[in-house]
Design a protein. Structure first.
Length: 255
């Protein structure tokens, strides 16, 4: 049975990311595995204190040959577009600037030593940011994958558009979708492993698993092991099974 690991939305929390990888290393030791992929579900930047450190760690790990898969998150694409010569908006949210407090871009730029004070001219902030962010970080962001399939699991940042084949999903849906995907209880042809929408705990909905437990808001960063469709939360005490829960609609019918 195929084994994979997955880490939820990181949002600038390097220390928590290091702790997650330590849990994976211990689980590998326990099960005797060295090659199972580790899928990072996206949103490496924004809100947290060390977005630069997160990207440094991921770049260093991949350069060292570790089996790390890094997926594209909506915040990662937001950063990409902001740093382009024209200071472009995120295509899916042209109404929101990356530097707005609700998005968290100012915290990201602070980790690069850029003064993104809202009283400064946007052009000055943009020019300083383009000079401060290393080309290796821009290359990393440009190379992020929209999705990854391993065994019975399909990994993406936000989810999929129900009814569309997995191989035909749009990048924007993979990094932005919420309601239509969350409400759909059908089988999607694979267990969809995603983040993007914070939940109180890693939750297995039968056809999907949400890993975003709110690290961007000071809450835990969660990491799981997946074997087939079985999901295990990794903790300092070892694996804790995450069983599928009955969907809300089914609970209503059963009651």
């Amino acid at each position: 049975m195929s084994l994979s690991y997955a880490i939820g939305d990181i949002h600038g929390q390097r220390a928590r990311l290091e702790a997650a990888h330590a849990l994976i290393a211990e689980d590998r030791r326990q099960v005797g595995d060295t090659g199972a992929p580790v899928v990072h579900i996206g949103d490496y930047v924004d809100r947290g204190p060390d977005s630069r450190g997160v990207l440094d760690l991921l770049i260093e790990g991949r350069a060292a040959g570790r089996p790390w898969i890094c997926l594209l998150g909506n915040h990662d694409r937001w950063m990409q577009h902001f740093l382009r010569p024209g200071c472009e908006p995120e295509p899916a949210r042209p109404d929101m600037l990356w530097l707005e407090d609700a998005v968290g871009g100012r915290a990201t730029l602070a980790s690069y030593g850029v003064d993104a004070d809202p009283h400064r001219a946007l052009g000055a902030i943009h020019a300083e940011a383009r000079a401060a962010v290393p080309s290796a970080h821009l290359d990393f962001l440009a190379e992020l994958l929209p999705s990854f399939r391993h065994g019975e699991a399909f990994f993406c940042h936000a989810g999929i558009r129900p009814g569309v084949p997995l191989e035909a999903q749009s990048v924007t849906d993979l990094i932005w979708i919420r309601g239509e995907f969350h409400r759909d209880t059908r089988e999607h042809g694979a267990l969809i492993v995603h983040g993007h929408t914070p939940v109180d705990r890693v939750t297995h909905f039968g056809n999907r698993v949400n890993l975003d437990t709110g690290a961007g808001y000071g809450r835990p960063l969660s990491v799981v092991a997946i074997e087939g469709r079985k999901v295990y939360l990794l903790t300092p005490g070892g694996r804790v099974p995450v069983p599928p829960e009955m969907p809300p609609e089914a609970r209503c019918e059963a009651g």
